[in-house]
Design a protein around this ligand. Structure first.
Ligand SMILES: Cc1ncc(COP(=O)(O)O)c(C=O)c1O
Length: 403
């Protein structure tokens, strides 16, 4: 490999949330932090180079979205997904989660209902709730514990949509926050599923906000298909939020953007963004989006191969040494949802087991909604030696309790 993902990089004293918040949240500082969804690998070098190069010019003044920013996004979406995005569909958004908040402000009022598919990335619950909207949790179908422990011989199970429930839940909602690919399941929704969601939402006058932040981390043979690209109905009734931040490990840079083919939806959204200059952006976002999308393919291929190696390693270790723990094998990204239901521990005790016995800082699956109870989310975007040590610690704790 040209790029070295084995290198251990000390992130202490960089203000890393993943590290600095551990003592407050877990009450101890000897845990391996494998929770917040960023990577412990070096950010792609051409991204860092772009920042350095820009700093060679001594004036860091107000900067507009240059042609190169629009061109890089249009090229990337075309090259990776065959999606022909037009320049005037694009705008800068100051982060995907803030983008969800801006969608709420632009299209809904307090008391309005927002549809989400639980378990899901927790800000989907918190952002609407914190702004006085009602969250409608359309639970996904959770695979059985047997399937996730590889006991049923059926291959890779993942979350599925309960369509009857989705049809019921969508009724009366204003927006649907679609997590595509899905976090924490790593599910890459298929064309059929996307078309069906698009049709149902269109019929019910529900605008779809498709968060595609994990898209570039999709593993073959799965293919990410942009929601908005699946049909005219989808294109005319959606807002896509995307960013190179996950794939190139630059989430500290706030470099997201919106893609809105419907001019009326775009006008409403952009008017709201304009009103507070939320879409002004910043020069490092522009420079680094261009750098990532212009130079990114080879680095991304190698990073994905490395992450897949980590996922394989975790799966093999669980199957061989900790058969009571299953996992959802992600079809995209580096978040592995561990199925700990076989341990038969109540939620609090499960969390204590991982922290105090295995000494791992992981996300409690319950924070993503009720169907996440009994799961723990493990971030495997770390050097293999760290993941190996984490699995060793987990095995020792497991053997003591369940061996
Ligand atoms: C599905 C999803 N959306 C959004 C985000 C965060 O995006 P941002 O940092 O741009 O707000 C994350 C981070 O984990 C995520 O998993």
């Amino acid at each position: 490999m040209k790029y070295n993902f084995d290198e251990i990089i000390d992130r202490n004293d960089t203000g890393a949330i993943k590290i600095d918040f551990v003592p407050d949240l877990w009450g101890r500082n000897d845990l391996i932090p494998l929770w917040v969804a960023d990577m412990d690998f070096a950010t792609a070098p051409f991204v860092v180079e772009a920042i350095k190069k820009r700093c060679e010019h001594p004036v860091l003044g107000y900067t507009h979205k240059c042609d190169s920013w629009f061109d890089a996004i249009v090229r990337w979406q075309q090259m990776r997904y065959g999606w022909s995005v037009e320049r005037d569909w694009l705008n800068f958004v100051p982060g995907i989660v803030p983008g969800l908040g801006h969608c709420l402000q632009a299209f809904t009022k307090p008391g309005d209902k927002i549809l989400i598919q639980t378990p899901v990335y927790h800000p989907y619950i918190l952002v609407p709730q914190n702004s006085g909207r009602e969250v409608v949790m359309s639970d996904l179908i959770v695979p059985s514990n047997e399937a996730l422990r590889g006991l049923d011989g059926a291959g890779e199970a993942n979350f599925d949509i309960d369509w009857a429930r989705f049809e019921r839940d969508v009724e009366g909602c204003k927006l649907f926050f679609l997590c595509h690919p899905h976090n924490p399941g790593g599910r890459v929704w298929t064309r059929d599923e996307l078309c069906r969601m698009a049709d149902i939402c269109f019929r019910h006058h529900v605008i779809v906000v498709s968060d595609e932040i994990h898209a570039d981390l999709t593993f073959a043979p799965h293919r990410h298909i942009p929601f908005s690209s699946v049909s005219d109905v989808a294109a005319m009734n959606s807002i896509t939020l995307a960013s190179p931040s996950k794939a190139f490990n630059m989430p500290g840079l706030t470099s997201s953007y919106s893609i809105i083919p419907n001019p009326d939806i775009a006008a409403t959204f952009n008017r709201w963004l304009d009103s507070g200059e939320f879409n002004l952006g910043h020069l490092f976002a522009y420079e680094t989006v261009v750098a990532a999308y212009t130079n990114g393919t080879e680095w991304l291929d190698q990073c994905l191969a490395y992450i897949e190696g980590n996922i394989d390693f975790v799966l093999q270790t669980l199957r061989a040494d900790m058969p009571l723990i299953g996992m959802i094998r992600p079809q995209a990204s580096y978040l592995v949802f561990l199925d700990c239901r076989g341990l038969r521990l109540p939620v609090e005790e499960l969390n204590r087991f991982f922290a105090d016995e295995a000494r791992l800082a992981l996300n409690d699956g319950a924070m993503f909604g009720k169907p996440g109870e009994g799961f723990m989310r493990l971030n495997v975007a770390s050097p293999r030696s760290v993941i190996r040590r984490a699995m060793q610690q987990l095995k020792e704790a497991y053997d003591k309790r369940f061996g």
